[in-house]
Design a protein around this ligand. Structure first.
Ligand SMILES: Nc1ncnc2c1ncn2[C@@H]1O[C@H](COP(=O)(O)OP(=O)(O)OP(=O)(O)O)[C@@H](O)[C@H]1O
Length: 282
């Protein structure tokens, strides 16, 4: 089923690391946003990326995707340094990731099916019929009804837009998807359903997920590991239990604050994440 090119399929993540960022520096003029930032994303995990507003979460995401320049350090995706890669290597990397930008960012003049076909047109040489069939499969995969295919974004609810945008992110059968605040704007049930969908895709497709989020429910229930951005670097990364034990003012107030106490499972286990499959949606 995977459209992964055979020549790149085995290059990366042989050690289980799908993204390896080391000593990354990003500045805009005099303003340093990221400094000596290091982070690993492991194959098959849902990594929740969290931090105060304005800390640089979107900047890091854009830098990983090659949309921002960096002034120092390296970022390897599938073992390839995208920033230093040839055009051919860049294309091979782009075919292996999918991105869901904040607010979905669907093309408003295209139907859902046409939106999903955009990356296929750009990167694959498929007949129109095959493109359409694959787009309909993706629509089914994300739990949208078949008739969503011919709808325009303006005809969709917020939750449907997120699913349609996810279907587009999955258009090329990526190994990793980047999700920028995927549950923002959804009601709690819609958000829990979306988290469940992400977990199902991880379990059934072996998908790796890099999820920027402010949503404590997602962090507590869907994420295998969490990384916290603060003071221009990754302060701490690991399972929820590590976050709960970590002694830093922002981390403490975030994970032990009033809002967190309504979400966190009392007596959270000290070693691993609570079993998200058995915990279910809140
Ligand atoms: N292209 C740019 N030029 C100059 N400054 C920028 C640029 N992009 C981002 N910044 C600055 O970088 C800092 C980090 O922004 P970023 O959007 O990454 O924060 P964030 O952690 O994603 O915040 P939020 O949670 O509110 O979305 C901000 O001070 C922002 O103004």
């Amino acid at each position: 089923m995977s459209s992964m090119p055979a020549d790149t399929a085995s290059t990366a993540g042989d050690d289980g690391i799908i993204i390896r960022a080391r000593d990354v520096d990003v500045s805009f003029g005099e303003k340093k946003i990221l400094e000596h930032l290091s982070l690993d994303v492991r194959r098959g995990e849902i990594l929740g990326f969290v931090g105060p507003s304005g800390a640089g979460k979107s900047v890091l995401l854009r830098t990983i995707l090659g949309l921002n320049a960096k002034q120092g350090g390296t970022i390897e995706v599938f073992g390839i340094d995208y920033h230093a890669a040839s055009e051919r290597e860049k294309l091979s990397v782009e075919r292996r990731w999918g991105v869901l930008f904040q607010h979905g960012a669907l093309f408003s003049s295209l139907t859902v099916r046409e939106n999903i076909e955009v990356p296929m047109r750009e990167y694959l040489d498929l007949s129109p019929k095959l493109r359409e069939d694959l787009a309909r499969l993706k629509i089914d995969l994300v739990g949208l009804a078949p008739d969503a295919a011919d709808k325009y974004p303006s005809e969709l609810s917020g939750g449907m837009i997120k699913r349609a945008a996810l279907a587009r992110a999955l258009a090329l059968d990526p190994e990793i998807v980047f999700l920028d605040e995927p549950t923002s704007g959804l009601d709690p049930i819609g958000a829990a359903d979306f988290d469940q969908l992400i977990m199902t895709l991880r379990d059934t497709l072996g998908l790796s997920v890099y999820m920027v989020t402010h949503d404590l429910d997602s962090l507590f229930q869907a994420c295998d590991r969490i990384a916290v951005l603060g003071d221009r670097k990754v302060l701490v990364e690991g399972p929820l239990s590590k976050m709960l034990d970590y002694d830093h003012p922002w981390v403490k107030s975030y994970f032990h604050g009033k809002r967190a106490r309504t979400v966190v499972i009392p007596q959270a286990p000290s070693q691993e994440m609570p079993s998200e499959k058995s915990a279910g949606a809140a």
